[in-house]
Design a protein around this ligand. Sequence first.
Ligand code: F0G
Length: 347
Amino acid sequence: MRVAPHTPIALIERYREHLPFAEGDPIVSLNEGGTPLLPAPIISEQVGADVYFKCEGANPTGSFKDRGMTCAVSAAIRDGAKAVICASTGNTAASAAAYAARAGITCAVIVPEGRIARGKLAQTLIHGARAISLQGSFDEALRIVRKLVEEHPIALVNSLNEFRMEGQKTAAFELVEELGSELDLLCIPVGNAGNITAYWRGFSELSVAPRLFGFQAEGAAPLVLGHAVEHPETVASAIRIGKPARGEQALRAAEESGGCIRTVSDTEILSAYRLMAAREGMFVEPASAASVAGLLKYGAEGAKTVVCVLTGRGIKDPEAALAQTEGAIIRCPVDMEAIEAAVLGEA
Ligand code: F0G
């Protein structure tokens, strides 16, 4: 095969010295990582700090999960696994399905019925994963997959898998490459609590220590309440989780960094969601807007340089966007005058 001039370097190759992979190990990659760090002028002005977006939606399947999944699936292949499985609120399922398809192995996912965004479901199905729609919550789905992998030779690729953490810590490496020790504060949504844990691992390995502000949705905030939430509820379906698998570690990471985990309401999430789309040109899914909502709500608390992690793309959840813009489309007959009036805003 001819090598194209822009042949991408797999995330595992780029950071091999920091990752548990040796030269010659099989790599399953879709060109993940290396995501843009984009200045956010409007949010910067509102909070009085230099705010940047870490655009993780630029990963191949549209979320940060790909950083971890390249590692989890590559390790599964190295270990001779023929199948992978995960419980998911959507993005992990989409990512696992894509990397399993690339690797030529079977992927099974268990998702809470009617509770995952349409785009994520479409991705999962078109990649050919065996998708199980559970009449239960994400937390129940995770409990079930943990049991299944004890009894069957299937690799678990939820963030309980250490390779997922190893891959996801590379986002922190990229931030340090770009901002060095200038980075004062990282704002990040928290669901199953793997990502905030992975960032802290990455920063710690490079001896850089920004404060970590984690944000949970008010109706799904077990780490703020101090106990599991039986029926988590929020518009941000990706983080609708009542019993985070890495909750203890996330709390420790936030505390060690001098930060904390706090809540944002659905109203605050949606307000940030609309502001980012309308003023910054940045369309993210509601869970990702939680990081910006939290920054706007609590302020930068003296930080000069702030990064908000935008975990997933807006197009993953078209329903959420359409619900916010109902009635905005202008219906028109094929009539020049009516169209002109509509185009010019005179309708
Ligand atoms: N943002 C998005 C878009 C997510 O999909 C998730 C988690 C999070 C934030 C929270 O990250 O769980 O590491 O604290 N999604 C998982 C999934 C649970 O199944 O796709 P976390």
